[in-house]
Write a protein that binds this ligand. Sequence first.
Ligand SMILES: Nc1ncnc2c1ncn2[C@@H]1O[C@H](COP(=O)(O)OP(=O)(O)OP(=O)(O)O)[C@@H](O)[C@H]1O
Ligand SMILES: [Mg+2]
Length: 574
Amino acid sequence: MDPYSESRFIGFVTMVSPLQTRVHFPSSILLKKFFNADDGYHAITGKYIVIEGTGCGFLGKITEIALPEKERLELTESKFEKDVFHPTGKVEILLCFDNYKLKAKKGLDQLPPVSAKVYLCSDTFLGSLLTQFGVKDGILPKTLPLATLPDNENHKIDVSSQALFGRHCAIVGTTGGGKSWTVAKLIEQVVAQNGKAILIDATGEYETLKSNEIEYYKFNEISQEGIYFNYKKLRETDLFALFRPSQQSQLPKLQEAMKSLRLIEIINNKNTPLDITDSLIKNEAFTTSREHGYTTLKKKDTTENFKYISACKNNTSVYSNHCTFEMTALAAQILSECVYDNGSPDNPARNNCQSLISRILLTTNDRSFLNVFDFKNELDLLCKNEFESIFENFLKGKSNVLILSVSNVSTENKLREILVNSIGRYLLEKALSEAFKAASKKSLLLFLDEAHLFLNKKVKDEYSIEVELDAFDRIAKECRKFGLFLVISTQMPRDIPRGVLSQMGTFIVHRLINQQDREAIEFACSDANKSALSFLPILSSGEAMLTGVDFPMPMILKITEPNVKPDSNTPSVF
Ligand SMILES: Nc1ncnc2c1ncn2[C@@H]1O[C@H](COP(=O)(O)OP(=O)(O)OP(=O)(O)O)[C@@H](O)[C@H]1O
Ligand SMILES: [Mg+2]
């Protein structure tokens, strides 16, 4: 493979500066279509070229072609066909490669000499350079047949899977750019490589992917395919997000109530007391009342309160942030907390908590909340699929991908955000406990489509405390070393917190028109310089710029269509 074939010669380097290289085309004919060469047009803006240096060659991209000022006025078609025009071009040098090994070098430590010859880069050579990206120390990584060259569909490009996913990956682009198809293509590759991935489907468009290797479950649906998230896996802060207590008067009562309910659970679970303190609690039997199917703890008088305090001291797990208690009792328990030390009702406190109590009652009785979190412990009769057990089986089992659809979950009161955040946090905790790391275990890829709906979200209203839903931010920052890799897809990079964006090692950037979005990407990937980004608005569906820490230069590719397409068509208007 000779990158410098005379049939593709187009011109000479005439000026070199660190920012820009200029090329002189000795004849306008060299810009014309050359059917004997393999690439159709010889030189047009956007094409890759190679420059022959001594010892090493350079790969560049034509960013501009222009006619000299004085020749412009004389331009006619027939004259242009002949020799008489002398266009010049600007070239951006992308990388240098070894002339003998024909391999890309790390970093650009030199520039081409003036008067060096410039050739059009052949697809074969370009392809061979791109496929080597991400190859470390000569060890061939697993590569994924993911894409082709944009103007040559026959020329396949394999991308190293480690370079692609190894440091979290972001897929961005305006709507219709092809993100969902790219996600489907990547999922296809996860199956082909026998990996493990979870996909959170916000719109239900991935239902078409269901197969033997790909399990599909829907939240807020009572059927074979339905799945729910047991509220006992929630954390205190999730309840704050759901019930939005006010800082001053409601939050302390809510916390107190959760503590009491946890104490009830502890007492109920201690069947055989082991030591003195345990039996003390058991025998000191708090005044509990069981009404309407749930148990609350009554604080009657001062001595009862002392018992309560000492019981809490002996059972510090009442201070945990878990929600393993009877949720239906929570509203009533808050009322029981609104008492004075002597046990008489504290009416001002009750009044203050009224709005909180009604929010709790509304939420824990609302059908969509019940179907998602199973507050009444009733769903296992109707739908056997509890998230944790499904997930554990998925990890152990043969299937490669678990798709969780949240499209039926209402966004009212941030239910959907809270749910997705809880799933994220569950996976985060799993990862931190090294569930995906050990040699015998597989890493897990976590795909989050429409990530702008879930990242950077806070729950706050006029009076309530602010709760940040930050599980995915934390996954981005903490989980790479633990074998949990994030793949986010979004049409609005500007809505993703910068901290998260800068954790992304790889970007697949589809067409991107909005200036702010382009700036967000520019901020996140320093090596994708301005001129590479300037091609983003003119990419067509399915074309994308692939850039990242493990790729020496940004490259524009056409992502191959997935075999099974997601159902993402916009319905027709009429
Ligand atoms: N790799 C591809 N090759 C050919 N056509 C593609 C490709 N990817 C996407 N398309 C076309 O673009 C359309 C939109 O793609 P897709 O649904 O993936 O966009 P999207 O970026 O996910 O949009 P949205 O932000 O609205 O979800 C597809 O219906 C398909 O016709
Ligand atoms: Mg989409």
